[in-house]
Design a protein around this ligand. Structure first.
Ligand code: ADP
Ligand code: MG
Length: 631
């Protein structure tokens, strides 16, 4: 066999170098995690082999004894982690080890603060991974060969973590990967079987694959299994410690931080399956990528089948991590089979119920934890209202909002809280939706509600538009935008108020008609408001039209938007309107009404069609007023 070395030196992506520096400095106090990361990768590599071998058993090359080996060499001062998993081709080494292919890389680097403690947290959230080897090693050699390629297709990768790496073709008879760490000065305490065994048991006990080390006895050439190598989820709950659960989480989730909650349940019924699912404590950087990986792993009778089986959970629960082990699926399932599969459907609906149940409990008994959850994942959960009809009411009960009750941008109010505070005679849940929290909070549309002490939910997330278009009611109470239709608060009005309102409308009839004439086809209708107490005018949408903010959103997304006109509501008690009623000069009347309309557009968060015209008219009136004042 001849191997053309084809040696080349390549530069790391600029980010890799930055990441390495950061990692070595901020994670040193926790340096032993390098072993967990490398064992985790070895275990993933074996999982990948199993999965690919489902459709091509030749990949096993007659070696089905899958395992991980950890060895050390005191003289050479090296530690080696070997696996007989899938291995990598030369190109895969470049792609997987030389670059950070993770989505969200840019966001990650933007989030860095230069403060070591905070950055150490971020790095955990981003995933430490392979590069953690450089915490303890000043040179790392990786020798690998992809399963299925011949022994002449080995690849040798080497780097001192200083910005460059070399790549060379070599012979490698066995498939899989060896990672050889050349320890830094002063790391000799790691060259010790007892220490290494301790680290493996502490962090990698849950790895289902045997992790082998040499028996340290004179004259013996034997291997022994260091970890328990049994599937954690098959053990009974009361035997498993929190630490074990958490280490397992870190492995499946590729996360460095502790999870926020977990469910471990054996489900028995029509189908049997075991769930071990976790809620992370922080959103990954690629949460918004609806097909981000590292979700739930599927096992069949303790045999790993596939990573990130997206059929197992709906997209709005894509942040959940863990494993599902089914007793009823065939071992040779493929992604295609999983689609529209009865067993999967049943598992999915059981898992969703469990997760929602966990969240309900958390919301009920650990509100602070739930607040963290909501801050990280609330926006994803909102998608569920549209996505998951069967569980809509439960999902709706998990939602948290800002409202005029707490008047802060903290989203801490549930629909049940809202309902418990509804006024006598109030039959709707009122909300306002705007582009920003402060636009919602300060909207003139809230004036009457504030005056009457009726709570209004303040919505300002982009997804809220979809949320309310799918959530028409909750526990029999209709959700009503305060920016749409006539606000019918008549049930809450006393007789005197009703009379006053009718009287005002009657008196303003002529004025309203004149304004409508003046604005022409800019508006669908002009009418006397029952919403405003201190502002002169506002815009609202007709009962069945879309809110203006939603229309702007659709427009920005390049979608067709219905061209329905807004309704202008005026407050005849306001000084400007009183002044207008007296205005005889038609030109000046037109200036005033036009300004009134444009102001209403602005306070609704909209943009003026002709801003210069607005400014000119306004200046014109200001000059007139100041001339009068001086006279
Ligand atoms: P992650 O495990 O989160 O993907 P890592 O930095 O740990 O990130 O690893 C980067 C990639 O390198 C892995 O996704 C995998 O493709 C590849 N890799 C690392 N170690 C091995 C290994 N022992 N065998 C095969 N591929 C590996
Ligand atoms: Mg990894």
């Amino acid at each position: 066999m001849t191997v053309e070395a084809h040696k080349e030196t390549l530069g790391f992506q600029a980010e890799v170098k930055q990441l390495l520096d950061l990692m070595i400095h901020s994670l040193y106090s926790n340096k032993e995690i390098f072993l967990r990361e490398l064992i985790s990768n070895a275990s993933d590599a074996v999982d990948k082999l199993r999965f690919e071998a489902l459709s091509d058993s030749a990949l096993y090359e007659d070696d089905t004894d899958l395992k991980i080996r950890v060895t050390f060499d005191k003289e050479a001062r090296t530690i080696t982690i070997s696996d007989n998993g899938i291995g990598m081709s030369r190109q895969e080494v470049v792609d997987n080890i030389g670059t950070i292919a993770k989505s969200g890389t840019r966001e990650f680097f933007q989030a860095l603060t230069g403060d070591q403690r905070k950055d150490a947290n971020l790095i955990g959230q981003f995933g430490v991974g392979f590069y953690s080897a450089f915490i303890v090693a000043d040179k790392v050699t990786l020798l690998t060969r992809r399963a299925g390629l011949g022994p002449e297709h080995g690849v040798l990768w080497e780097s001192n973590g200083q910005g460059e790496y070399t790549l060379e073709n070599v012979a490698k008879p066995t498939r899989g990967t060896d990672v050889i760490l050349h320890l830094r000065e002063g790391e000799d305490d790691l060259l010790n079987g007892w220490t290494l065994r301790g680290i493996i048991r502490k962090y990698s006990d849950h790895i289902t694959l045997p992790i082998l080390m040499k028996v340290e006895e004179e004259g013996k050439d034997e291997w022994e299994t260091v970890n328990r190598a049994s599937a954690l989820w098959t053990r009974s709950k009361n035997e498993i410690t929190d630490e074990e659960y958490n280490e397992f989480y870190k492995h499946v989730a590729h996360d460095f931080t502790e999870p926020l909650g977990r469910i471990h349940a054996r489900m028995e019924g029509k189908y049997e399956y075991t769930l071990l699912l976790y809620i992370p404590s922080r959103a990954p950087f690629d949460l918004w990528n609806r097909d981000s990986r590292h979700g739930v792993k599927l096992y069949v009778r303790r045999v790993f089948i596939m990573d990130d089986a997206e059929q197992l959970l709906p997209p709005y629960l894509r942040f959940v991590r863990g494993v599902i082990d089914s007793s009823d699926l065939p071992l040779n399932v493929s992604r295609e089979i999983l689609q529209h599969n009865k067993v999967i459907e049943s598992i999915k609906s059981g898992a969703v119920k469990k997760i929602l149940g966990l969240l309900e409990n958390m919301a009920e008994s650990e509100p602070e934890k739930y607040a963290t959850f909501w801050k990280e994942f609330g926006r994803v959960i909102k998608e569920g209202v549209a996505e998951d009809n069967n569980n809509r009411e439960t999902i709706a009960s998990l939602l948290r909002f800002s409202s005029t009750h707490n008047d802060s941008d903290k989203q801490e109010i549930s629909l049940d809280d809202y309902i418990s505070r509804m006024k006598e005679g109030q039959d709707k849940i009122y909300y306002i939706i705007a582009e920003t929290f402060s636009a919602a909070q300060h909207s003139p549309l809230l004036e009457i509600f504030r005056k009457k002490g009726i709570e209004v939910l303040l919505l300002s997330d982009v997804v809220d538009n979809w949320l309310v278009s799918h959530l028409n009611d909750y526990k029999g109470k209709q959700l009503q935008s305060v920016a749409r239709g006539e606000v019918d608060l008549s049930k809450l009005e006393d007789e005197a108020e009703k009379e006053e309102h009718e009287k005002a409308a009657g008196e303003a009839k002529e004025l309203v008609e004149r304004i409508k004439q003046s604005l022409g086809d800019k508006v669908k209708e002009v009418r006397v408001t029952s919403r405003l107490t201190t502002s002169p005018a506002c815009l609202v949408a007709d009962e069945h039209d879309l809110d203006a903010s939603f229309k702007r959103l659709l427009k920005a997304a390049g979608q067709a938007v219905p061209n329905d006109k807004p309704i202008l509501e005026v407050n005849p008690q306001h000084a400007i309107l009183e002044r207008l009623r007296e205005e005889k000069d038609e030109n000046r009347f037109a200036d005033w009404t036009s300004i009134l309309f444009d102001q209403a557009v602005l306070s609704d968060g909209g943009q003026l069609d002709d801003p210069v015209n607005f400014v000119n008219r306004l200046n014109h009136l200001l000059v007139e007023l100041s001339a009068k004042g001086n006279a």
